[in-house]
Design a protein around this ligand. Structure first.
Ligand code: 4AD
Ligand code: MG
Length: 459
């Protein structure tokens, strides 16, 4: 059954410039209020945050179904859109025909009251029907669309890279193994396994994206990534989505410019197109959110060399749990201090020590640092990680040897540096981290419909 064209979406009715007769809507009951001769139903079909008020009186056909229209029930209503006599809404629907599609009951877990995030996580199959998660899911969709739009406008091609892979794109050893062999003993030779070799879920599409950028000039991946990091934090998921543009003939400065332009473009787009949903987050999740998003959209992001960031942190009056020292990675507390207290907005830190970064990053002439950059944002810390890639074969091989990375599974990656290698760069935006930034939601489990985290694989 395709969505029938005779049916109206509530978002369009609420925006209607004029009354309408003979309107058909379908959705789920949020609440019902009864008075002596009529009842009000708040009906929501997911198309918008506000619900449609439906007025049902004894004249309505199917009036006897009213008693079953409890919170959560699915109904179909046909009637006239008329100006509401009550306060709080412009329009209401005067029901003529009422049909119960799917009953609910008193045991429906989403009764009309505010539930905690923890409670809602346990009923992730139902939480999309709440105001907050409905708003989040609409925003998630719009954000994805805005990202595609941005890259398309910049001449980037959308490419798909493998999800099952034989090489660790980050060289960090956090992969989920993929196997068809059952039983307790993994076979180290993989001879009975599906691919006849080690296979795993990808941690990043970057390496393949580089190959495609060296053919199409500008590409981006927008796909899932999987990491078996055991960090049970509010910012890490085992399965998340990453946006990974990669461009030939681009250096680190261009990479930083691209990241900043992308964020700004997407923030402006959602501020314009999902204003009502964002206003909910501003009211109920992070007061001041809209102001912060305006800074994200309009300020220019300072470029801070890693060494300078360490200097600022070492000189800060604040006591950190981890001492900021040159050579160590920035902890979230450092990232947040820099954004929230020192620069009061997003920043881009670049030229990190090579020892803490991945094997593929381009060596700087100082011999100590690589051409890496991270975009750090208030609240979430690292939003983007990117770099100019090492395009010089000998330096890339030396670095892999230094890190004891077996070059064999990367033979094709090394080949890309043999014929027509060019300077190139790219980055990875954590899509969920971006949504946390856009909504003020503090836990990554609450910006993805069905999160996967250590010891948690429900739904
Ligand atoms: O900094 P990362 O590890 O960079 C890469 O994977 C590169 N290959 C990207 C590239 O240059 N093409 O990850 C990129 C971003 C991080 O900045 C973070 O926002 C997000 O991905 N991320 C995670 N998000 C949720 N859960 C996790 N476990 C994440 N790990 C990384
Ligand atoms: Mg990173």
């Amino acid at each position: 059954m395709a969505p029938d064209s005779s049916r109206a979406l509530i978002k369009d009715l609420l925006d209607s410039p004029e009354p309408k007769v003979g309107v058909l809507v379908k959705g789920w009951v949020r609440t019902r209020r009864d008075s002596k001769d009529f009842s009000f139903i708040e009906l929501n079909d997911g198309s918008s945050l506000p619900s449609l008020q439906v007025l049902v009186d004894r004249e309505a056909q199917g009036y006897e179904a009213l008693k079953d229209l409890t919170t959560g029930a699915a109904v179909s209503v046909e009637g006239d859109l008329v100006e509401s006599r009550g306060q709080g809404q412009k329009w209401e629907l005067l029901a003529k025909t009422l049909t119960l599609v799917g009953p609910s009951g008193a045991d429906y877990p989403l009764q009309k009251k505010r539930h905690t995030d923890e409670y809602l996580r346990g009923i992730a199959h139902l939480r999309p029907r709440t105001n907050k998660y409905g708003a989040l899911l609409r925003l998630r969709s719009e954000t994805a669309f805005a990202i595609h739009q941005f890259f398309r406008d910049q001449g980037f091609f959308y490419v798909q890279t493998p999800i099952i892979t034989g090489s660790d794109a980050e060289g960090a050893g956090e992969m989920f193994q993929v196997t068809t062999v059952k039983g307790p003993d993994p076979d180290p030779t993989f001879k009975n396994d599906f691919f006849g070799r080690y296979a795993a879920l990808t941690v990043s599409g970057q390496l393949e994206a580089e190959l495609l950028a060296l053919a199409l000039d500008r590409v981006y991946v927008f796909g899932p990534a999987f990491r078996a990091e055991n960090s049970n934090t509010a910012r890490h998921a085992a399965e998340f989505w990453m946006v990974e543009p990669e461009a030939a003939f681009m250096d680190l400065a261009g990479d930083m410019d691209l990241a900043e332009a992308m964020i700004k473009s997407v923030v402006r787009f959602v501020l314009k197109n999902r204003a009502t949903d964002l206003a909910l987050f501003d009211s109920f999740v992070e007061p001041g959110l809209l102001k912060r998003l305006n800074v994200l959209a309009e300020s220019s992001y300072p470029r801070v060399p890693y060494a300078e960031a360490i200097k600022i942190l070492s000189g800060a009056a604040k006591k950190f749990e981890f001492a900021p020292v040159w050579g160590a990675d920035l902890a979230t507390e450092h990232e947040r201090f820099l954004c929230e207290e020192e620069f009061k907005g997003p920043i881009i830190v670049y030229d990190y020590p090579k020892a803490i970064k991945s094997f593929y990053m381009r060596n700087n002439d100082d011999g100590q640092t690589v051409a890496a950059m991270d975009v750090l944002a208030p609240k979430v810390g690292e939003l983007i990680g990117g770099s100019q890639r090492e395009e010089r074969l000998d330096l890339l091989q030396d670095r892999m040897a230094e890190l004891s990375l077996n070059p064999e599974p990367y033979w094709w990656y090394l080949d890309s540096r043999r014929w027509g290698s060019v300077p190139h760069a790219g980055f990875g935006l954590g899509f969920e981290r971006f949504l946390m930034t856009l909504t003020g939601i503090a836990n990554i489990r609450d910006v993805i419909p069905f999160p996967r985290t250590p010891k948690s694989l429900e739904f």
